[in-house]
Design a binder for this molecule. Structure first.
Ligand SMILES: [Zn+2]
Length: 385
């Protein structure tokens, strides 16, 4: 993907801002916060935001998600009428056991030491939110909207913190999430709906040598289900996958049950429902000739979204982009983020690209100049309203 940003003195990424972003990111990445264990980072952020004079609270999501901390919510009152959510998630994928967190500064790049994750997903987003708030808090209140900082927990375990968040209580007009794996300048304005699939194939158990004719072979039936399954990329950008198979037992038994686990994604709900129907009808037709039965269960993991082209977050981002040498490109994502849940709960929210690379791995890296550009662009987007 292209960078979408031109170099130049107008991009707002001054050396001072780049240095601040680098320092913030390194400090955040040094705090362990795998999903469910976000206590330390939530306390650190609460202390910093309180010291800046924001009103800080933690919601009760810790109970709902079964984690150590809830979502952190902090408010900076402004004189403009709008209330704007700035969001990033504070949790990371699991740490590599026994390896310390040791972010490496390599010029403008912050990367891993190759043995432990970095967690720039999404501490890069947290660093941007802090920078934006730190700049806007120094302006007269009349010149900014009310900022509602929302640091979510449990994102990497199925957007759990966002699911537990009372979005209506935030009374916000627009949301910006800084969790886009895409390049700076790209804004994720649409993302998929996703369902988890559990396909249970049932046959009949029998001794494989003494009376195999009495059995109905669940593994053989499951093989037909897999053959009929719409695996991979489908028309209209829908996607289906089977990720695991469990079943059977002893080698002398005709197995009676196999469970297949998978998922289905699509950009709109009717397409998703058609895909699910295709999975179910295909599975039923596949096992019928063998005398087996199949049950296709599915569960919504999150709704998709598609922002209107004139949605408030997109308008604000575009309004000041040229002054920052940024060409805004809206893209759609085949993955989910807290953006999905915020939109699902009625808050028009865009996911802003921050240029993360090799996320969820020990090869993760990020260029802090990109973070500085996003922060400078965002400050102006909010200030000029
Ligand atoms: Zn993320």
């Amino acid at each position: 993907m292209t960078d979408g940003v031109t170099d130049g003195a107008t991009d707002g990424a001054s050396p001072e801002r780049v240095a601040r972003l680098r320092e913030r990111l390194v400090a955040l990445c040094a705090l362990p916060s795998p999903s469910g264990d976000e206590r330390v980072i939530v306390d650190a952020l609460a202390a910093e935001l309180e010291a800046w004079g924001l009103e800080v609270r933690e919601d009760d999501a810790a109970v709902a998600v079964g984690g150590a901390a809830g979502n952190l919510i902090a408010e900076l009152p402004g004189g403009r009428p709008e209330r704007v959510v700035l969001n990033a998630h504070v949790d990371t994928v699991p740490l590599v056991p026994g390896e310390p967190l040791a972010p490496v500064v390599d010029g403008d790049v912050v990367r891993t030491n190759g043995r432990q994750i970095l967690g720039a997903d999404d501490k890069a987003g947290v660093a941007i939110v802090l920078e934006v708030v730190d700049v806007l808090r120094t302006l007269p209140a009349a010149d900014r909207p009310t900022l509602v900082v929302v640091c979510t927990v449990g994102e990497e375990r199925g957007l759990r913190g966002a699911h537990a968040l009372d979005v209506a209580a935030l009374r916000a007009d627009a949301g910006f999430v800084f969790d886009g794996e895409v390049a700076v300048g790209e804004v994720i304005a649409a993302a998929v709906y996703k369902e988890a699939l559990t396909i249970t194939v049932r046959g009949r158990r029998a001794h494989a040598a003494l009376e195999p004719e009495r059995g109905v072979h669940a593994i053989a039936a499951a093989a037909e289900v897999v053959r009929a399954f719409p695996m991979g990329l489908q028309p209209e950008g829908a996607i289906a996958n089977l990720g695991s198979v469990h079943g059977g037992g002893a080698s002398n038994v005709v197995p009676d049950e196999v469970v297949l686990e998978g998922e289905a994604r699509a950009f709109d709900e009717p397409r998703l429902l058609r895909l699910l129907a295709q999975v179910r009808d295909g599975a039923e037709a596949a096992v019928a000739p063998l005398g087996a039965r199949v049950d296709v269960a599915h569960r919504r993991l999150y709704d998709g979204y598609a922002l209107a082209d004139d949605a408030l977050p997109l308008r604000w981002l575009r309004a000041v982009a040229p002054a920052h040498g940024v060409t805004v490109t809206t893209v759609r994502s085949i993955g989910g983020s807290d953006t999905n849940v915020l939109n699902q709960k009625g808050l028009p929210t865009a996911n802003v690209g921050v240029g993360m690379h090799e996320i969820h791995s020990v090869d993760e890296w990020i260029d802090v100049r990109g973070l500085a550009r996003v922060a400078a662009w965002m400050v102006d987007a909010l200030r000029l309203r």
